[in-house]
Design a protein around this ligand. Structure first.
Ligand SMILES: [Zn+2]
Length: 140
């Protein structure tokens, strides 16, 4: 019984911040906790997550929303100095279909002292694909 309590407590602590949740119906907190824990042991905390539902100004044909910074569209951005993530969200998409896990991986790598803005360390990015497939299998 004690183990169960500890497990639930750690899930809550590792979960999303609540105030920044885009929509609990899409399972943001569950997806975030699962992905962050699946990346492995690490020092430090999970970054805060904020969502953007902006149209891409230069590419209106793109049906997905974007994070738009200085006129440039991104699926997501990680700000290590602020320990903060911006993720584009389009209503109807699952958590495994947006850049949430990808940006969490940037934070995970930063926790390990790694920086890989150009995604050269393939083992980490393959893990993102695996985690997204697992989330998809969980309906997230
Ligand atoms: Zn990236």
């Amino acid at each position: 019984m004690r183990l169960v309590t500890l497990f639930l407590t750690s899930l809550i602590l590792a979960g999303c911040g609540g105030a920044t949740c885009v929509d609990e119906e899409v399972g943001q907190c569950a997806a975030e906790s699962y992905a962050w824990n699946a990346m492995g042991e690490k020092p430090g905390t999970e970054p805060s997550v904020e969502w953007r539902e902006m149209a891409c100004p230069d590419h209106p044909e793109i049906m997905r929303n974007a994070v738009v910074v200085n006129g440039v569209c991104y699926a997501g951005l990680f700000y290590p100095d602020q320990w903060h993530i911006l993720v584009a969200y389009t209503p109807g998409l699952k958590m495994s279909q947006v850049a949430l896990v990808h940006e969490l991986m940037h934070a995970h790598m930063a926790n390990l002292g790694l920086s890989d803005p150009n995604h050269q360390m393939t083992q980490y990015w393959q893990q993102v694909d695996v985690i997204n497939m697992q989330l998809s299998g969980m309906g997230l």
